[in-house]
Design a protein around this ligand. Structure first.
Ligand code: F6P
Length: 367
């Protein structure tokens, strides 16, 4: 069956926001509407807007001047249409239709030939299920965590690395002035890409990743040796998903139970307390949190998001659906959504940057 070009496409942003989302929206819409003559329908708040039929035609004024705008002009949510839910809004419940059925209904009522979804793991998994259910879907890889399988990098990641690195740079001066161990907790639940890149770029002395469970003894030895060399301060970069070697032996359920009994709001506070107890050094904690997702995209992310967006527009134009746009080396391509769905991309333990970190004397918590 020859593929047909899309004439009208819906676009939505889903999951955690990040710098670059608007650059990507602009890239898709300018190419699709201005170069290929398509109609763009903006869908509000991720998949929730598609379930509730909350959309509006996008005019060129909507996607002009947004290249450097943080966040997303469409809004976002973490709606998972294929996860059973009992909180359907009044109208949805009245309709008596499931979320996927409402989506198919609204996709038709909006006159869509295709759907472009910007998001991370959960978003692309839903995109695959929607494609399987008969919609034409194209995914764009977005997340500050860079933990999406199928692409070398996601847009949002480099902006977050820039933000986190600048924060670590700033912590150096105050750590030195007060002879303290400064612990900075960075985002990245399932994968430690952000902590690895920013930890090395910021000259972190200890970098803890979810992929390498840490031994507090290893950290204590490293900090003590630094002190013996006259370095009275240290910087410890911790991914929010980092865990101890003991915890790594527990089941996810038991790990959660054990953590609920601890008096720490998050891993950064726990590592700081363990360090203080082990080596007696004064520690302080900074949780960078949502600052890593806010503000203006870096030039790299503007380029990557725009290139991903124009590639998606070209795919719309040639009817190439069921795929996620990706970066592979220097090439912008596309991978089947079926290969991306349900997977994450952890940091390989033999990643070249882990080797680099160890060679410049960074402690990864396991030696
Ligand atoms: O997925 C990106 C991310 O920022 C994670 O790094 C972080 O753990 C999570 O989103 C926070 O989710 P929410 O925005 O729902 O609080």
């Amino acid at each position: 069956m020859p593929r047909s070009a899309a004439k009208t496409f819906g676009i939505l942003t889903s999951g955690g926001d990040c710098p670059g989302l608007n650059a990507a929206i602009r890239g898709v819409a300018k190419a699709a509407c201005d170069a290929y003559g398509m109609r763009a329908v903006g869908i509000s708040n991720g998949y929730r807007g598609l379930i509730q039929g909350d959309s509006r035609d996008l005019k060129s004024a909507d996607f002009s001047g947004i290249l450097t705008l943080g966040g997303t002009i469409l809004g976002s949510s973490r709606e998972k249409p294929f996860k059973g839910r009992d909180d359907l809004a009044e109208t949805d419940a009245d309709a008596g239709m499931s979320a996927p059925e409402l989506i198919r209904e609204n996709y038709k009522n909006m006159g869509l030939d295709a759907l472009v979804v910007l998001g991370g793991n959960g978003t692309q998994t839903t995109a695959h299920l929607l494609q399987e259910s008969g919609l034409n879907v194209i995914g764009l890889p977005k997340t500050i965590d860079n933990d999406l399988w199928g692409t070398d990098v996601t847009f949002g990641f480099h902006s977050a690395v820039d933000i986190a690195t600048e924060a670590i740079d700033r912590l150096h001066s105050t750590a030195l002035s007060h002879n303290r161990v400064m612990v900075i907790e960075l985002m990245g639940h399932k994968a430690g890409w952000l902590a690895l890149f920013a930890g090395i770029a910021g000259g972190g002395d200890v970098v803890l990743l979810p992929e390498i469970p840490y031994e507090i003894g290893s950290i204590a030895r490293h900090l003590t040796n630094r002190a013996k060399e006259g370095k009275s301060f240290s910087i410890v970069a911790v991914a929010e998903g980092a865990l101890s070697a003991e915890e790594a032996k527990l089941s996810k359920k038991d790990r959660k139970k054990a953590r609920e009994k601890m008096p720490f709001p998050s891993i950064g506070y726990r590592v700081a307390s363990e360090i203080q107890e082990a080596v007696g050094m004064e520690t302080r904690v900074t949780v960078l949190g949502y600052l890593q997702r806010g503000g203006v995209p870096s030039p790299y992310d503007r380029l990557l998001a725009t290139a991903f967006g124009t590639e998606a527009a070209a795919m719309l134009n040639r009817g190439d659906f069921g795929k996620m746009v990706c970066l592979s080396g220097e090439r912008i391509g596309a991978v089947p959504l079926s290969e991306v769905a349900g997977k994450i991309k952890p940091v390989p333990r033999d990643h070249r940057l882990i080797r680099t970190a160890r060679l410049v004397g960074t402690c990864m918590g396991d030696d």
